[in-house]
Design a protein around this ligand. Structure first.
Ligand code: GLC
Length: 645
């Protein structure tokens, strides 16, 4: 099936642009492949854009495909050198070695030897800052930084204007077209790691910001280019993960063209986790891709992208991967540690909430977009069954509030029966002492993970917020989560929104669960650090529940210092007082997250492009399940085994 789909995908327009297309040599330079902010090369004003796609084929399928197209599809399906595919040929860059500084609007300081030519700026867009030659020098007396490192935006109208400038500067181009945004452009960090790549999850707030601004092209390109990468051959030590996997990130590389020294080609080089620290699988990438695809269609009105046969195939491949039968007893997705935003060992292996919320959301979005056709009936049936089972499971078993906690506190254990109350054999002693104090009288939340004899009681922001956005929680539960955020404002928002998780793993627990990870020390990074990017998901959740004022308060707190702090990736300490120990500065999703929050608060109606509501059929199915819940009635025979909508 996968092979047929792979071929279909190529037929329908997802063929590698440089491989199966007539490519034209353009006059753009190799600097197009990277953020101009960090490149030393200048983009030339005139460039010929290479059309990266075949035009869409009729939905009818293969019958209209010529022999020539068929053979090129098959050739593209062969195993090529990884850099050979997904490349476009660009003319050799004329590397004039010129170093220039960024921005004609006075945002950045300039090195006197690199006086800026305003005309140049107009033609070439933002100029470049050579940070390698301008080390950060701290002036103790004034507590300010000298030289070319931007400290305060000198001449921008507002934090928002500065954020837009930075976001635009983070755009990555492939063959002259914008395809994503770089994860971070930190002039103070010498170790780039993979922060110079376009991360799928990081691009989502950038993409949404552009969509909300009416700039659709970059999102469309991102969707279609990452789709090409989906079917890429990926292996780790001879093992291949499932076909529908989307990469965690990709990089645009500029390489000499094979057999032609005078020409360069740009290539898209994906990382599916095979190079990532810890070799983590990006389970969330495909889910975010589906969510972004729907948002694109909703706001632009351009449904032609989601209707393309290759895009439909891409959606189905992700769904098949997620809905495949395994050994699981639970409807939740079983994943390894580090398979989402928290991409390091943090004790979230199993059924982490973030993945479940994204999974639920992606299922709903996909259902909306899948073209009805005979071949998909089984898939849609499986999808619907999973939606019902998943929402039941999460609402029932992940939910915690004072009442439920008290119930767990009094649990009987070792219940061998079909109608056990304590189904997962949770020992009441697992209730952590912090939670007994922390749980408010009003409010509640979804716990981080549930496994046999194990509840991870930590509060994870993204999973909770996206459960609200997607309607995975009931309306009552959604309000209760926001009540909890308000009640625990000093812990979850404090000096910078928002804690990625709460509380931190400390002492022995930190040693055992993180493997003594020095990056994830208590109250830092993934271990209860504070991440400004989470503002956008929080804002969507607040708007959905008609409580935008809560998000506005959080945005206001961020606004006080985020620009002055140079847009860090994350903050440390219990109250988020410090910029994170190893946090990147000018982290794009911190910038984009802030912008999305601002744009949505300015026009809350736009949040509908991200929100999904329960439909009445799902509600019916859900109540059906509740009434047959073995907690109330033994359900082995009577519980509905499948639900067909
Ligand atoms: C870190 C984060 C991850 C993010 C990446 C790029 O690895 O944990 O969520 O995608 O940085 O910003």
């Amino acid at each position: 099936m996968a092979t047929v789909e792979g071929v279909l995908k190529v037929f329908s327009g997802a063929a590698p642009p440089g491989r199966c297309h007539e490519t034209s040599h353009s006059s753009m330079t190799s600097s197009l492949s990277v953020n101009p902010f960090i490149s030393r090369k200048k983009r030339t004003a005139s460039r010929k854009i290479i059309t990266p796609y075949h035009s869409k084929l009729p939905l009818g399928g293969l019958s209209n495909v010529s022999l020539e197209e068929a053979s090129s599809a098959l050739c593209a399906n062969r195993r090529f050198n990884r850099l050979e595919l997904f490349s476009c040929k660009c003319q050799q860059a004329e590397n004039d070695g010129e170093t220039s500084t960024r921005d004609g609007n006075g945002s950045w300081f300039m090195d006197s030897k690199n006086e800026l030519n305003p005309l140049d700026t107009m033609i070439n867009g933002p100029n470049l800052l050579d940070f390698s030659e301008t080390p950060l020098v701290k002036d103790d007396k004034e507590g300010t930084q000298k030289n070319c490192i931007p400290l305060y935006p000198a001449n921008v109208d507002s934090v928002e204007d500065e954020a837009w400038d930075l976001l635009r500067d983070s755009v990555v181009y492939y063959c002259g077209t914008p395809v994503g945004t770089i994860a971070a452009t930190d002039p103070t960090s010498s170790n780039v790691l993979n922060y110079d790549q376009v991360f799928i999850r990081d691009f989502v707030p950038s993409g949404i910001a552009f969509l909300l601004k009416g700039e659709y092209e970059i999102v469309r390109n991102f969707i279609l280019h990452t789709l090409q990468l989906q079917s890429w051959e990926k292996t780790m030590d001879c093992h291949s993960p499932g076909q529908g996997l989307m990469p965690a990130s990709f990089k645009v590389r500029t390489l000499p063209l094979e057999g032609d020294d005078s020409a360069m080609e740009e290539v898209l080089d994906p990382d599916f986790g095979e190079a990532a620290i810890g070799r983590v699988a990006p389970v969330d990438s495909g889910l975010w891709w589906i969510i972004l695809l729907r948002a694109y269609g909703k706001i632009s009105g351009d449904r032609s992208v989601q209707e393309r046969i290759d895009v439909q195939t891409g959606i189905k491949m992700i769904l098949k991967l997620c809905l495949a039968d395994g050994f699981d007893m639970f409807p939740t997705l079983l994943v390894t540690d580090g398979s989402c935003m928290i991409d390091r060992r943090m004790g979230i292996h199993g059924h982490p909430l973030e993945i479940q919320s994204l999974f639920y959301s992606a299922l709903l979005c996909a259902r909306e977009m899948l073209a009805p056709e005979d071949g998909s009936a089984d898939l849609i049936r499986a999808l619907n069954n999973r939606l019902v089972a998943l929402s039941f499971h999460i609402r029932e078993y992940y939910w915690i509030d004072l009442r439920k906690l008290n119930e767990i506190y009094r649990y009987n254990t070792e219940e061998y029966s079909y109608d056990a109350v304590n189904k997962f054999n949770i020992y009441p002693d697992q209730i952590p002492p912090w939670l007994v104090e922390w749980i408010p009288n009003e409010g509640g939340y979804l716990i981080g993970n549930l496994q046999p004899a194990h509840m991870d009681f930590r509060f994870f922001s993204l999973g909770n917020f996206w459960a609200i956005v997607s309607g995975l929680t009931t309306s009552e539960q959604s309000h209760a989560i926001l009540d909890l955020v308000e009640a625990k404002w000093a812990d979850l928002v404090a000096d910078m929104p928002l804690k990625i998780s709460y509380p931190a793993l400390e002492g022995e627990e930190w040693k055992i669960i993180t493997g003594s990870d020095p990056k994830n020390t208590p109250w830092s990074y993934h271990n209860a650090g504070s991440w400004p990017t989470l503002l956008w998901q929080f804002t969507v959740a607040c708007i959905k529940m008609n409580r935008p004022e809560i998000a506005a308060r959080a945005v206001e707190i961020a606004e006080r210092r985020i620009s002055r702090d140079r847009w860090p990736e994350y903050y440390d300490t219990k109250k988020a007082r410090f910029i994170g120990k190893q946090a990147r500065l000018f982290q794009t999703w911190s910038i984009a997250g802030y912008l999305v929050a601002k744009l949505l608060l300015a026009d809350p109606s736009l949040a509908k492009i991200l929100v999904t509501d329960e439909d009445s059929e799902l509600v019916n199915a859900f109540s059906c399940m509740i009434s047959s819940n073995p907690r109330r009635k033994r359900g082995r025979k009577s519980s509905p085994q499948s639900y067909i909508i």
